[in-house]
Design a protein around this ligand. Structure first.
Ligand code: ATP
Ligand code: MG
Length: 305
């Protein structure tokens, strides 16, 4: 079983979109996948067409009342894809657990003892945009970290802080934890700054920067309102192609990253057609404001392990 924490304390970078659609892509490749909603916003739960206000057996029950995992797992409309939902009561959990000894290891212990957990090939944790006790539980329960990022100047600052936290978790609580990849999301190769920032990320973390790019794609933004994964909502979209490519990349299948190397589309199709960003030209060079110097020179060394 592979356990992946999808984390970035910066909000709105594509964590939930990635958790849902990467999970669905794994399931379509025949894997049994469990998604765990660790965010009080419960966006993952809603994205999978559940009602957080009506759920009673949620991740809160596991963290606070020691409810067994098997009572919390729900099916979804995708075969092989399961979810442990969240509800808004999760917002109070940080406080409830504040004085509890061993609060960071509750989720890992629950997964370790649950027979049901053993049947899953992948468990993905959708983290909130903060680095509190909920994110800590995901980092301790995970063996890999996937960091969605938007290629923006300020993203680099947050990245250094996140890597510090990951290093701390590695040192104190979970020495097995490895960075799976940093994943560029809402990627638009037409923006010079995008390329500039990604060059900077590649220079510092080349070994963990994903080959796949998740392009900006309006279908990905629409899918949650229908309670569907991208493969149900728009199976022919760039969003579906990019998440399928990501799953293949993470499973070690030979793939060419579609967002990174497809040729420029014909002008009459228009880069904005269907609200999708044009694929990256292979030799695009950034000329925007410099992103250099935001990251510490050795930020990746320890965390990437
Ligand atoms: P939060 O920190 O609040 O949990 P998040 O990191 O989980 O946010 P998402 O909810 O996945 O981010 O995405 C933020 C918004 O951007 C959502 O409205 C989502 O539909 C949209 N979005 C995500 N990825 C893409 C993409 N590749 N193209 C276009 N829109 C996207
Ligand atoms: Mg989210």
């Amino acid at each position: 079983m592979v356990r992946i924490a999808v984390i970035n304390q910066k909000g709105g970078v594509g964590k939930t979109t990635t958790t849902v659609n990467l999970g669905a892509a794994f399931a379509r490749l025949g894997k049994k996948v469990l998604l765990v909603d660790m965010d009080p916003q419960a966006n993952l739960t809603v994205h999978l067409d559940k009602r957080p206000d009506l759920e009673s057996n949620t991740i809160t029950s596991l963290l606070v009342e020691d409810a067994p995992l098997k009572d919390l797992i729900q099916t979804t409309t995708t075969a092989g894809l399961f979810v442990v939902p969240a509800d808004t009561s999760l917002a109070g959990v940080e406080q409830v657990l504040a004085n509890r000894i061993g609060r960071e290891t509750i989720l890992r212990e629950a997964l370790d003892v649950a027979e049901e957990a053993k049947g899953f090939d992948y468990v993905l944790f959708d983290c909130p945009p903060s680095l509190g006790v909920l994110s800590a539980n995901a980092l301790v329960a995970a063996d890999r970290v996937l960091i969605p990022m938007q290629a923006e100047y300020l993203s680099l600052q947050g990245m250094a802080k996140l890597l510090e936290v990951i290093q701390l978790v590695q040192k104190r609580l979970n020495p097995e934890l490895q960075i799976e990849c940093i994943l560029p999301c809402m990627y638009d190769p037409r923006t010079n700054l995008t390329n500039e920032v990604l060059n900077e990320v590649a220079a510092h973390f080349g070994n963990v920067l994903a080959k796949t790019r998740i392009r900006s794609n309006v279908k990905l933004a629409e899918a949650p309102s229908f309670g569907r994964t991208i493969f149900e909502h728009a199976p022919d979209s760039n969003g579906a192609r990019d998440y399928a490519a990501l799953a293949a990349e993470l499973m070690g299948m030979a793939v060419e990253a579609p967002g990174a190397s497809e040729p420029e589309p014909e002008p009459e199709v228009g880069p904005e057609a269907d609200g999708e960003a044009a694929p990256a030209p292979a030799d695009s060079a950034g000329v925007g404001p410099s992103a250099a110097g935001v990251l510490p020179p050795d930020a990746s060394a320890e965390a990437a392990g």
